[in-house]
Design a protein around this ligand. Structure first.
Ligand code: FES
Ligand code: FES
Length: 166
């Protein structure tokens, strides 16, 4: 066990963790933050995606002990008080979910993806890697390809992200 300070959604949690414990299990089982979902538990579905220091990370693949002093944001931390994050509002506007199981991961991934694009990071489909990326549907699909949706709500998810991106 190791003692660390875990910062989640702007709250500090002094916590003693097993060095083999994943961030996903810490969030869900120890901190009662059940927004991040356990889909595959193998890094393949994206349902567990959270932000670590603003960058998206699959929390089932991250060891909590390695995140001492990092700022973690889960879907529970995206809204400001009662005001939803613009992406949350856009998902509602565009009917971008069905069962909603993948939605917390989709939202966190979309927040991270928009930040990556605005920092000028190209993706595998960016035609000009020097110019600022233009977030058309192809770019959004490629950048969100690590997040699966079993309900197939992709068309509306892309529309929701596009509404915020443009
Ligand atoms: S639960 Fe982490 S990627 Fe599927
Ligand atoms: S809305 Fe059901 S898995 Fe995506």
């Amino acid at each position: 066990m190791m003692d660390i300070l875990l910062s989640v959604n702007r709250d500090s949690h002094p916590i003693s963790v097993d060095t083999r414990e994943t961030l996903l299990d810490t969030l869900r089982e120890r901190l009662d933050l059940t927004g991040a979902k356990k889909g595959c538990d193998h890094g393949q579905c994206g349902a567990c995606t959270v932000l670590v220091d603003g960058r998206r990370m699959k929390s089932c693949l991250a060891l909590t002990v390695s995140l001492d002093d990092c700022e973690i944001t889960t879907v529970e931390g995206l809204a400001t008080g009662d005001t939803p994050h613009p992406l949350q509002a856009a998902f509602i506007d565009n009917d971008a979910f069905q069962c909603g199981y993948c939605t917390p991961g989709q939202l966190c991934s979309a927040v991270g993806m928009l930040a990556e694009a605005s920092a000028g990071w190209p993706s595998a489909v960016t035609p000009d890697v020097v110019a600022e990326p233009r977030l058309d549907d192809e770019e959004i699909r490629e950048r969100m390809s690590g997040n699966l949706c079993r309900c197939g709500a992709y068309v509306n998810i892309v529309a929701a992200i596009g509404q915020v991106a443009r």
